[in-house]
Design a protein around this ligand. Structure first.
Ligand SMILES: NC(=O)c1ccc[n+]([C@@H]2O[C@H](COP(=O)([O-])OP(=O)(O)OC[C@H]3O[C@@H](n4cnc5c(N)ncnc54)[C@H](OP(=O)(O)O)[C@@H]3O)[C@@H](O)[C@H]2O)c1
Length: 333
């Protein structure tokens, strides 16, 4: 099979010919049609943080068709259109992942390949209203957004929600989910065009975080927020605590803008704020997310589709930050 393999000297992905995996006990072999890329793969390449003796196939998100089953798996799975939950070995505690937790893509080989063998408990039937591009857009970013909003943020109908950096993959799912759940959503972005696109998806309004008075503008527009979903952190995070309503939840799952500085402790304790870290989600949350997507007929946004052989161009596109929606890799083009 063809797979994009990480060259551990150049930290670039190179398409190579590898042996197609055989599904082991309890596993299924998925012929992947599409994958999508995430920022964490870009961090791994930029920070040169992956070391392995064997060929590394990154990639957390994928959708395709089951073509073979291993021992112990019902043959009725064969032919099913599925998507993969990349959140492996969450464990038994819903509050936090256990010590054996992994994200699909390393150390377990991931989805930037024509085939993947994966335990059957991580495959889910593709919602019928989605095509394969849309299905592969969902898993990592959708799961992260779902847990951040509903479990950690305790979203309720009518809540005032702020989503920062709405051009981000997970942030965009947060906007779509919060809007579908009946919240009043506001966004920030570094691009006026993306703010307009967010408004066309249901956001009430947005401001550009590159403007010096972005926080004052947001306060004037929305009055304050019950839930803030942030993946940037950095110097702007302190302003989020000022924008939060008393009793608000601020949920953080990323570090795009770096370390947090100049937080005012009085703001946090006097307003009784809850600042939650959040990462990925459990099997139960993945299932609940798919049910929500099916119920509300949420359609993920696809920005650009690249063939597997151009996967490094896909990461260049992500680095340039121009996308609005997920960047998809197709295996057969
Ligand atoms: N913990 C987890 O489980 C988890 C899961 C998914 C992602 N993440 C993390 O979340 C972050 C985003 O990941 P992603 O895959 O969604 O990345 P992505 O699609 O590349 O999005 C990054 C976005 O960050 C926004 N941004 C950049 N500078 C900003 C700033 N100063 N303030 C506010 N927003 C800013 C930009 O939004 P605009 O284009 O609108 O300006 C950009 O589109 C990364 O740090 C990633 O590692 C963590």
């Amino acid at each position: 099979m063809k797979a994009a393999v990480l060259n551990q000297s150049s930290y670039q992905l190179e398409v190579s010919e590898l042996e197609t995996p055989k599904p082991g006990k309890g596993e299924v072999l998925v012929k992947l049609k599409t994958a999508s890329i995430n920022h964490h793969e870009l961090w791994s390449m930029q920070e040169r943080s992956i070391f392995s003796q064997s060929a590394v196939i990154m990639g957390s998100d994928g959708a395709g068709e089951i073509v073979e089953v291993g021992p112990g798996v019902a043959s009725t799975w064969i032919g099913k259109a599925v998507m993969i939950n990349p959140s492996l070995n969450w464990g038994s505690n819903p509050r936090v992942q256990g010590p054996d937790y992994q994200i699909l893509g390393f150390p377990r080989n991931g989805t930037f390949a024509e085939y993947i063998s994966i335990p059957v408990e991580y495959v889910y039937e593709k919602p019928a209203h989605l095509d394969f591009d849309e299905a592969s857009a969902i898993p990592l970013a959708g799961l992260t957004a779902y847990r951040a909003l509903f479990t950690r943020g305790e979203l309720e109908r009518g809540s005032n929600v702020l989503i920062t950096g709405v051009g981000g993959g997970a942030a965009l799912f947060a906007l779509q989910f919060a809007t579908a759940a009946g919240a009043s959503t506001y966004v920030t972005s570094g691009s006026e065009e993306k703010i307009q696109m967010a408004v066309s998806l249901g956001a009430r309004a947005g401001v550009n975080y590159k403007e010096s008075d972005w926080d004052k503008k947001l306060l004037a527009l929305a009055g304050g927020f019950d839930i803030i979903i942030d993946s940037a952190a950095g110097a702007g995070f302190a302003a989020l605590t000022e924008l939060a309503n008393p009793g608000a939840r601020i949920v953080l799952f990323g570090r795009t803008a770096g370390k947090i500085t100049q937080l005012n402790p009085s703001t946090i304790f006097w307003k009784q704020l809850s600042i939650h870290g959040s990462s990925m989600g459990s099997d139960a949350e993945f299932r609940a997310m798919l049910e929500f997507i099916d119920l509300k007929k949420v359609k993920p946004l696809v920005d650009t589709v690249f063939p597997l052989k151009s996967i490094m161009h896909a990461f260049e596109w992500m680095e340039a930050g121009k996308q609005f929606g997920k960047i998809i890799i197709r295996m057969d083009s």
